[in-house]
Design a protein around this ligand. Structure first.
Ligand SMILES: Nc1ncnc2c1ncn2[C@@H]1O[C@H](COP(=O)(O)OP(=O)(O)O)[C@@H](O)[C@H]1O
Ligand SMILES: [Mg+2]
Length: 261
């Protein structure tokens, strides 16, 4: 079988009415390196999309472009119908519609867990402090670290810190959550507690884009698997179809390598 893209053609299939994140012909270069090649991807409300692919295939750049941490060279990205603005207050507001959780937890070391979660809503959203704190405590309870609220990040395990990072992103009441290898820096025994929080979020209907090597999570939680290689979306399919019956040679090769471990 050839490696011709087994993906949807954006021109032939306009975004559905419940589209939340739409990437249309997105291209991105780093110097001579073409890292995102004509990416067409529509994520609908409540959908969980797992992005997998070899190292260097552009998965992180894709996430960072959706969150506008990276500019793009051509194409468009819209969130809930609004094109991503280049900069300014509109960008700050729109960015807060997109929650992001990174591999490295990126918590503020000199702030308590509670302060980490309340900072964004207080600063960007300018909401009432008592309400923000009450909501933050509820979120910390939800991710299972309510009793750690007054500690500093360094006093928590990696799994707890990552759950705080999820609570912090949720505190901004995002429309979509992006996870870029959220468990890759964790000790094995902590991976599941983070994946369980993500599964719960998915069950509650959160729209999620998850870059991960956790194939069990992809199988059980994803509505769709997007496979990237060399900056392209090579294949996308429902998890059972993708894992049991990959169509492209690149996906077959990738799966045979990772599933041997
Ligand atoms: N800031 C950057 N400057 C130059 N090259 C970059 C930068 N960020 C990523 N790259 C390159 O872009 C390609 C895609 O990277 P990335 O999106 O991080 O891939 P992945 O997350 O799939 O491993 C890689 O070749 C990487 O080295
Ligand atoms: Mg990456």
């Amino acid at each position: 079988m050839s490696d011709a893209p087994l993906t949807k053609d954006s021109a032939a299939n306009p975004p559905p009415a419940d589209a939340l994140v739409v990437l249309d012909s997105v291209n991105k270069h780093f110097g001579a390196l073409h890292v995102l090649r004509d990416i067409n991807l529509t994520i609908t409300r409540g959908e969980v999309v797992v992005v997998i692919g070899p190292s260097g295939s552009g998965k992180s750049t894709l996430c960072r472009a959706i969150n506008r941490l990276e500019t793009i060279d051509s194409g468009t990205i819209t969130i809930d119908g609004a094109p991503l603005p280049a900069e300014g207050r509109e960008l700050a507001r729109l960015r807060s519609d997109v929650g992001m959780v990174f591999q490295s937890f990126n918590l503020f070391a000199h702030k308590t867990v509670l302060q980490n979660v309340t900072l964004g809503p207080l600063k960007v959203r300018r909401q009432n402090k008592a309400e923000v704190e009450a909501r933050a405590r509820t979120l910390l309870d939800r991710v299972g670290v309510g009793n750690q609220a007054d500690k500093y990040p360094a006093q928590l395990s990696g799994g707890q810190q990552q759950r705080v990072a999820i609570a912090r992103a949720l505190a901004m009441e995002p429309k979509v959550m992006l996870f870029d290898e959220p468990t890759s820096a964790l000790d094995p025994e902590m991976i599941n507690e983070v994946l369980e929080v993500m599964r719960q979020l998915a069950r509650e209907g959160m729209t999620m884009v998850v870059v991960t090597h956790e194939m069990g999570f992809a199988r059980s939680a994803a509505n769709r698997v997007v496979f990237m290689a060399d900056g392209r979306i090579v294949e996308e399919a429902e998890p059972h179809q993708f894992f049991d019956n990959p169509r492209s040679d690149r996906a077959k090769d990738f799966l045979s390598k990772i599933l041997q471990h």
